[in-house]
Write a protein of this length. Structure first.
Lengths: 227, 313
């Protein structure tokens, strides 16, 4: 009898873990209800830490809830098909050189460029400019990247100056950061499209691609395209 | 002296089972091999998009044609035995004694030996024909295609994307793999981090991508169309998502695409490291000492991070 109970407990535990793993993913922020005129505005930020999980020192993306304007710790959002997605990324994390400098290049955005602007620690914004490259190797310029490989969207995200004191608690609301804007089109069909950062920002992990780089909701996530 | 007894009724002549089995088998075997070659072969993977793919398709068909008669012989013999030699009601006699038959034994041994040796020779030759059969040959390839109009394409793998560099077009690097029809292609496959594998499925090309190793593979695209590129070496949690698509276009379209891409990518080509067969993944050549001092970034040991990071494995 004792053995049976122990066996049942082990099975129940395994089932719970599997169900928890399968169903317990990070939230998906729904932008479909705020899309209009064939466009939708998606706002993200990437931080040097996350402060809200059991691994608070992992770098992470946050997605802004379009209704409440609250930041949600996730890297998953849902947008409609055949829609122009206007993305704004607030880049609060410092720089990391790309392993392959091709990721300095902007690809897949409308016009092939991104609009970048730097904001210093006092909130002073510099001039905005449109660029098609941000060299990740020549100086400390790129913190992360926003990539949807299946759509050939690859965008380097400008980082604050190397000597800047970075935001220390997430989601960040102040501190030096970049403001980066670009647009791309969603496909004319539904689907789930993997998003990932391609800059090796998994600090302390093999080749910088472990930890947050392989975990959904941090620097890895999905864009759901809905009908 | 003549006997007064009537002669016993002669037993019905035993049919030639061996001949029957042989005839049934030979007809089925010929039909099967014709069907395999004419009907099944064109649909076998990986298709006929390139010289290497076409050879692989023929290899599979030939091996299937060698195996089918053997399989059919076993099936025919089994069916014949069940039909003709099964136990019948009222027949309680023992079966005839079985003795060795040198001819059958020799035929079986020689026949199977010929099949196995032929498969061995054919398979060995096809491992290297044509031009390495689309497999990675390492940095010093032995089997090369003839002709000197070979297009070089470098495949650079990293977690979890492939990029492609064209040294004959200014060293431009793209996220798209475009190849010309009817021209030999020389892939140089390498990695910037862990071990990957470049598998251009419909082209019949597969080569390991190891950091600091130049793995060379050849093929010749022979038909227009798209093909899938997958990583074929478990390379991390998102290994399954490491795929993209390439396409084979006409020679003229390729030239147009390559020259226009070269111009469009000129800015980013300038900031890439000079084309090389491998790239040291732990070194960022353009990083200045000031940056290392200021940001505490290190290129050592595969990490761009402060070695004092408590999460260092």
């Amino acid at each position: 009898m004792t053995l049976l109970v122990a066996f049942a407990a082990v099975v129940a535990g395994a089932v719970f873990i599997v169900i928890h793993y399968l169903l317990g993913g990070p939230p998906v922020v729904d932008y479909t209800s705020v899309a209009s005129g064939g466009q939708v505005n998606v706002v993200l930020q990437e931080d040097p830490q996350n402060s809200v999980t059991s691994t608070p020192d992992w770098v992470s993306y946050f997605v802004q809830n379009p209704q409440t304007k609250q930041w949600v710790h996730t890297f998953q959002f849902k947008v409609p098909e055949s829609t122009r997605v206007n993305v704004t990324i607030l880049g609060y994390d410092g720089c990391t050189p790309a392993r392959n400098n091709i990721w300095s290049h902007v690809e897949g955005t409308i016009g092939g460029t991104i609009n970048v602007q730097s904001v210093d620690g006092k909130g002073q914004a510099g001039a905005a400019s449109n660029v098609s490259n941000i060299d990740t190797w020549s100086h400390c310029a790129v913190g992360h990247s926003f990539a949807i490989p299946a759509l050939h969207v690859y965008v380097p995200v400008l980082s604050p100056d190397a000597s800047a004191e970075l935001c220390g608690a997430s989601p960040c609301t102040s501190g030096p950061h970049s403001v980066e804007k670009f647009s791309f089109m969603t496909p004319n069909h539904t689907g789930v499209f993997r998003m990932q950062c391609i800059i090796p920002c998994g600090g302390g992990f093999l080749d910088g691609f472990g930890g947050p780089m392989q975990t959904i909701g941090f620097m890895m996530g999905n864009m759901e395209v809905a009908a | 002296m003549a006997t007064s007894e009537a002669p016993a009724a002669a037993a019905p002549a035993e049919p030639s089972h061996g001949r029957r089995i042989f005839l049934i088998w030979i007809v089925l075997a010929v039909v099967a091999d014709v069907l395999i070659w004419a009907v099944w072969r064109p649909h076998l993977p990986p298709g006929q998009m390139s010289s290497s793919a076409e050879h692989q398709q023929v290899d599979i068909a030939v091996l299937a044609m060698a195996a089918a008669p053997v399989m059919l012989f076993v099936w025919v013999y089994f069916a014949y035995a069940l039909t003709n030699w099964r136990h019948r009601a009222g027949d309680d006699d023992d079966g005839p004694p079985i003795f060795g038959h040198t001819g059958i034994q020799a035929t079986w041994i020689i026949g199977t030996a010929v099949v196995v040796l032929a498969a061995f020779v054919f398979g060995t030759v096809e491992l290297i024909v044509p031009a390495g059969a689309g497999a990675g040959e390492g940095p010093l390839p032995v089997w090369k295609p003839s002709g000197n109009n070979t297009l070089q394409v470098q495949v650079i793998a990293q977690q979890w994307v492939f990029t492609y560099r064209y040294p004959q077009f200014g060293g431009m690097e793209t996220t798209q793999l475009v190849l010309p029809e009817g021209r030999n292609v020389e892939f140089h496959v390498t990695s910037l981090d862990v071990i990957h594998s470049f598998w251009a499925y419909q082209l019949g090309v597969k080569a390991d991508a190891n950091p600091m190793v130049d793995d060379v593979a050849y093929t010749k695209p022979e038909h227009l169309g798209g093909f899938t590129v997958r990583c074929n070496e478990l390379c991390g949690l998102w290994h399954g998502a490491m795929y993209n698509y390439g396409k084979v276009v006409s020679a003229a379209d390729f030239q147009t695409w390559a020259t226009s891409s070269q111009a469009q990518l000129a800015k980013v080509t300038k900031i890439l490291p000079p084309y090389a067969l491998t790239y040291e993944p732990t070194v960022v050549p353009q990083l200045g000492q000031d940056l290392v001092k200021v940001a505490g970034i290190t290129g050592a040991n595969g990490y761009y991070y402060n070695p004092g990071d408590p999460e260092q494995p």
